[in-house]
Write a protein that binds this ligand. Structure first.
Ligand code: AMP
Length: 504
């Protein structure tokens, strides 16, 4: 079996006329179109001197062209490096410096600013717009529509996805062709995807969920997708009758439940609802079953590992659990400090090993070593336990990550920004239960002596510096932060004090 991700897709490809995706602006792309256009884009990349292993950094709005570019990178042997569209120029600077991309693909509105940030001798900056003269699409339109894929070995990288760093610095998770191909194969089998399936794709494509879980599964199954620029709950309800599957993070399901049109009739052609990226409340699972007659299938994964566990397709999908380890994935619960495996039923660190698990963090060998055990298990940072029936439960996070609306936010980054402001002595950023977002980012701030800084001023100051989804929903002022004897801020106490802050 070839290890090349695109070969893996190709081996299961349906007839060229078969629909790959239809967009919300009325365009459609067949598998034949996908082959031809990704070939053209691959040629265009080679013309920009992209060599195997070179990074192609991409910050663009969601579009079919962005998917074609991802495939072109894979085919040309390059490393696809998608970046959250919300990242500010300051944030982008770090990624460009760290990843040293050969090509940076961005939206036209940003190309001048980005062009000023990078040395022309090290990186080429291009846009992806369909109509722009000189854009990558324009260059591709003059290229041949077949392409001989650049050979790749199983450990060669297909993509780097940056995770938010717990200590402020983002880490690039290096994902190989085999990591991605093996996980997509397993998911297609487990979730029974075929060429008859039509997935509603409303997830962002700079993240593992929308790019690898959703898109790779569709490509690996030769199936189709209704490709939505954004998640719009009202519109999704109208699309349901045309689809067989939906993948979303818990917020999708919470918002869909607020739509009057969501009922059994709307969902009657759907065979599978999948949730992941953050915990799905049992309450949401149950409300969904009552309204639609479907049990949402919850799965668990992360950028570094792809998908690790899934509730069963057949058999009980147990609310509040993430199901069983996927075939080929070894999962154990270990003592967080010693790494010693714990007995069934005990809570500890979730550790995983398998062809799905990434090779390490880009140019961070020490960080990589610190997150793997000597026997190759990756320390996920998630705390969990396995129940008597083998279902995996996630009970918390070792790292103090906040997940708001499906996006990961590391408090440390925001705390550094807020602490740096004049008038602020110190801050603690926590996640507080929020009915819509899952968790609401909340900043607890101690003013500097004689300072009168306001919440609005703090929010205004960080607005241009950090992505919008990370902005605190509330800023609360206190006289001092609670600390333990070691001087560590007791975030658990803060979370407890403010737990009802967003209760409706
Ligand atoms: P990301 O790398 O952005 O996909 O974030 C991965 C993290 O999201 C994991 O380490 C978990 O903390 C969390 N996560 C993903 N899926 C689930 C789930 N089904 N239940 C609870 N947490 C989840």
């Amino acid at each position: 079996m070839s290890n090349h991700l695109f070969d893996a897709f190709r081996s299961r490809m349906p007839e060229p006329v078969h629909l790959l995706m239809e967009t919300d602006d009325g365009r459609s792309f067949s598998y034949g179109d996908m082959l031809a256009r990704s070939s053209q884009l691959a040629h265009a990349l080679l013309q920009l001197n992209v060599e195997p292993g070179d990074r192609v950094a991409v910050q663009v709005e969601k579009s079919p062209e962005a998917i074609l570019l991802y495939l072109a990178c894979v085919r040309a042997g390059a490393v696809f490096l998608p970046l959250n569209t919300a990242y500010t120029l300051t944030e982008l600077g770090y990624f460009f410096e760290d990843a040293a991309p050969r090509v940076i693909v961005c939206d036209p509105a940003r190309s001048a600013d980005i062009g000023h940030m990078v040395e022309p001798s090290t990186a080429v900056v291009v846009t992806l717009d369909r109509n722009g003269r000189g854009s990558l699409m324009d260059q591709a339109s003059r290229q041949a529509s077949d392409f001989h894929d650049v050979e790749r070995g199983k450990d060669d990288l297909a993509a780097i996805l940056y995770t938010s760093g717990t200590t402020g610095r983002s880490k690039g998770a290096m994902l190989s062709h085999e990591n991605l191909a093996s996980n997509a194969r397993v998911l297609v089998e487990q979730w029974r995807f075929t060429t008859d399936d039509v997935l509603i794709h409303a997830l962002p494509i700079f993240h593992t969920h929308g790019l690898f879980v959703a898109t790779n599964v569709i490509l690996m199954a030769g199936a189709s997708m209704l490709f939505e620029q954004k998640f719009d709950a009202g519109r999704i309800v109208t699309l349901l009758p045309r689809a067989t599957a939906l993948m979303g993070e818990p917020t999708f399901y919470v918002r869909l439940l607020q739509q009057d049109g969501l009922d059994r009739r709307a969902a009657k052609n759907i065979r599978l609802f999948v949730s992941g990226s953050a915990p799905l409340l049992a309450e949401t699972h149950n409300a969904w079953r009552e309204r639609t007659g479907h049990a949402i299938l919850e799965r668990y994964g992360m950028t570094e590992t792809n998908m690790n566990t899934s509730n069963p397709y057949d058999g009980e999908r147990r609310a509040g659990t993430v199901g069983f380890p996927l075939p080929g994935v070894a999962l154990r619960i270990a003592d967080p400090d010693s790494g010693k495996p714990l007995a069934q039923g005990q809570v500890g660190m979730i550790e995983v090993k398998g062809p799905n698990v990434f090779g390490g963090y880009w140019r961070m060998p020490e960080k990589t070593r610190a997150e793997f055990r000597a026997d190759g298990f990756f320390i996920t940072g998630d705390l969990g336990m396995i129940d008597a029936d083998g279902y995996v439960h996630i009970v918390g996070r070792g790292k103090d990550l906040i997940i708001s609306g499906g996006y990961n936010i590391y408090p440390k980054e925001l705390e550094s920004e807020i602490d740096a402001l004049d008038g602020v002595l110190e801050s603690a950023v926590i996640g507080v239960a929020h009915p819509d977002f899952g968790e609401g980012v909340t900043a607890i701030v101690v003013r500097a002596p004689a300072s009168h800084i306001t919440g609005a001023e703090i929010l205004g100051a960080i607005a241009g510096r950090v992505a919008k989804y990370k902005h605190p929903k509330r800023v609360i002022f206190v006289d001092e932060l609670p600390r333990n004897t070691m001087g560590k801020v007791q975030k658990n106490l803060l979370r407890d004090t403010y737990k009802d802050l967003y209760a409706s």
